[in-house]
Design a protein around this ligand. Structure first.
Ligand code: FAD
Length: 599
């Protein structure tokens, strides 16, 4: 199809959409959609992160929201031309609502809307001070009572949390808390980001010393400041730590270090949280309206207990406590688990000439880093993608526009390609006795990440050590510990000086239990997962990640985090939801998620 035909087709749909919105004709809008349609909305229509599936669900959402949200002005984005490929016409679009301006991506099949992504980008009247609106900085003229930028910053830092209260408290200042803090700062939302560490970035510095990011630089940018173009593809953890520290400073975050939150409670009558903080030995009580837990989805260790552990004469560490291999040269180390951390830790120990055994408890998805980069990410996040005009922002939107219900269908062929390309490598692993999987439906790494946040290793070298028998492999569950060994269910005895439990991390509502109450944690339910009814992602289907970046069953409690890509992209929607509430805008939430599963 000619581009002009695609444009005409899209324009016709948008014109009808605008007419029907103007006259409030839900049926007419619904008819524009294909029967198997998906409308993913990021805050623009639903004040929620919500995917509605099928025409009836579209109609239900519109009936509920249309009047109050008043969408309209749908147009092909300036400078973008709709394209047709394999029977699907794709168009970048813009639109408005009563309160905001939006950006979206629409796909038509047979002239009807198949997938629609709508996302809120800014609130009318509360636009960010950037670009043409950037602050002046200097105050020209003469003023005897002039306050410099530095003095103003210092005064703000001294007062906030003491004489004035923040509207938002963000607990946890890793990449998630920092990215959200930057967005809130830009939007003029008074906020404090609290972290128990000494310095921003310590979350990364304190991890095992060989760690480099597993995702490439194009996927990892923070909002507002992109990594420079000499930044390494896979940044070493301490370099990321320094970047986060620099970012926190230049983005002018009110970031309290050495500030551990002891407890939080919510008073429904006043709609206010009481957050007790130990700030470097001093108790400070904060009274925000909104509380965000950005305490890390890989932050709450799963620490299993086994009989005999107390008699073990060696050392036992969770992977998050394992500093690195230096002390273990010539020693016997058993690493329980076979995902990312386990592989990285085993490889570093091998490099330091420790005698390492990995215990594989269940099958693991392995994908080679270069194959993942080329086949899995390349089209969206790479130098080539940038050359093709796919900016980070566009890539984030394209990625977000594939509804979770059908995302696996797009992923499976990519992983089939990887399997074929690296057949020899996988055969080697199997010969070494390594149990492989590709996810329950063959959809690979991203789906595993979204569904369960675990179960994979991006190979950067450890697999060859397993293939060569340099990292020994054992299988099965741990039965018990003896004074000098770990014993597996089949009786295999693995002598050890050190046991590393690379046993993963728990659901983030565990943080709510620790910091607020078990009652609130249960009220909110499981955090993360789509409800796909695949391993470790029990149903029912939610269609979005449970409880992340969106309203929860606990009023004014939010969860934020995830990988750098998610921290970057979804912090925008969370920040806009918070800003809207600060400004007292109507935020009618559609489809507040129900609670499923307590952990
Ligand atoms: C070994 C490993 C490798 C990873 N590699 C990558 C990668 O390559 N790319 C990627 O994008 N992601 C990666 N991840 C996953 C994830 O992105 C990181 O875990 C990331 O650090 C999550 O950021 P976050 O801000 O959500 O949480 P965290 O970085 O865990 O930060 C949470 C913060 O909350 C603080 N906190 C917790 N409780 C309190 C309290 N009560 N009071 C005050 N502060 C508190 C903690 O001190 C911590 O600083 C990796 C994870 C692990 C474990």
């Amino acid at each position: 199809m000619l581009d002009s035909t695609a444009t005409l087709q899209v324009q016709e749909v948008l014109d009808t959409l605008n007419d029907a919105f103007a006259s409030g004709d839900v049926d007419r809008i619904t008819e524009l959609f294909a029967t198997d349609c998906y409308w993913r909305d990021l805050v623009a229509m639903t004040w929620n992160l919500k995917t509605v599936e099928g025409r009836d669900a579209v109609a239900d959402m519109l009936t509920s929201q249309m009047g109050e949200v008043a969408p309209g002005g749908f147009a092909i984005q300036d400078g973008e031309i709709p394209v047709e490929e394999d029977g699907v016409t794709t168009a970048w679009i813009t639109f408005e609502t009563k309160t905001g301006r939006g950006w979206g991506l629409m796909r038509l099949r047979d002239g009807r809307i198949w997938t629609l992504l709508t996302s809120l980008r800014e609130l009318k009247g509360f636009e960010e001070t950037r670009g043409k609106r950037r602050p002046m900085g200097a105050q020209h003229g003469a003023d005897r009572h002039r306050t410099t930028w530095k003095e103003a910053r210092e005064a703000e830092a001294a007062e906030l949390g003491y004489e004035t209260q923040p509207y938002v408290v963000v607990v946890g200042g890793g990449q998630g808390g920092i990215a959200l803090g930057a967005r809130l700062r830009q939007l003029g939302v008074p906020a404090i980001v609290l972290d128990k560490h000494d310095r921003p970035g310590d979350q990364w510095r304190n991890r095992y010393k060989s760690l480099c990011l597993h995702d490439p630089v194009w996927y990892d940018h923070l909002p507002y400041i992109k990594f420079p173009d000499n930044w390494p593809v896979f940044a070493p953890k301490d370099k990321i730590g320094d970047w986060l520290e620099m970012y926190t400073k230049v983005m002018e975050l009110n970031y309290w270090t050495r500030s551990e939150v002891q407890s939080c409670s919510y008073d429904e009558a006043s709609g206010e949280w009481t957050v007790r903080v130990n700030r470097d030995g001093e108790e400070v009580v904060l009274k925000p309206k909104q509380l965000v837990l950005a305490t890390g989805m890989s932050g709450k260790p799963n620490m299993p207990t086994f009989p005999g552990m107390e008699d073990f004469r060696g050392e036992i560490q969770h992977s998050s406590q394992h500093a690195g291999p230096d002390a273990w040269t010539g020693k016997k180390v058993v690493v329980i688990g076979s995902n990312n951390s386990a592989h990285d830790i085993c490889a570093a120990l091998w490099e330091h000439e420790a005698d390492v055994t990995m215990v594989q408890r269940s099958s693991t998805h392995i994908v080679r880093s270069d194959s993942l980069m080329e086949i899995g990410l390349g089209a969206l996040y790479s130098e080539e993608a940038l050359e093709n005009g796919v900016t980070t922002e566009k890539a984030d939107m394209i990625f977000a526009s594939l509804p979770y219900r059908i995302m696996h269908e797009f992923q499976i062929p990519l992983y089939d390609q990887m399997r074929e390309r690296d057949a020899e490598f996988y055969a080697g692993l199997e010969r070494a006795g390594f149990q492989l999987d590709w996810g329950d439906d063959g959809s690979g790494l991203f789906m595993k990440y979204l569904r369960r946040g675990s179960g994979y290793y991006i190979d950067v070298g450890a697999c060859q050590l397993i293939i060569d028998g340099e990292i020994k492999l054992a299988h099965g569950q741990v039965d018990h510990f003896e004074e000098d060994a770990v014993v597996l269910a089949d009786g295999t005895r693995l002598p050890a000086d050190l046991v590393v439990l690379a046993t993963g991390f728990g659901s983030m509502n565990g943080w709510a239990a620790d910091l607020i109450s078990q009652e609130v944690a249960d009220k909110v339910g499981k955090v993360w997962g789509l409800g796909s009814e695949t391993t470790k992602d029990p149903g029912p289907w939610e269609g979005e990640q449970r409880n992340m970046w969106k309203p929860t069953q606990q009023e004014n409690l939010w969860f934020h985090g995830g990988n750098l890509h998610q921290s970057r992209h979804y912090s925008l929607y969370l920040a806009l939801q918070l800003k809207a509430r600060l400004e007292g805008l109507d935020t009618p939430v559609y489809g507040l998620q129900e609670v499923h599963h307590l952990h």
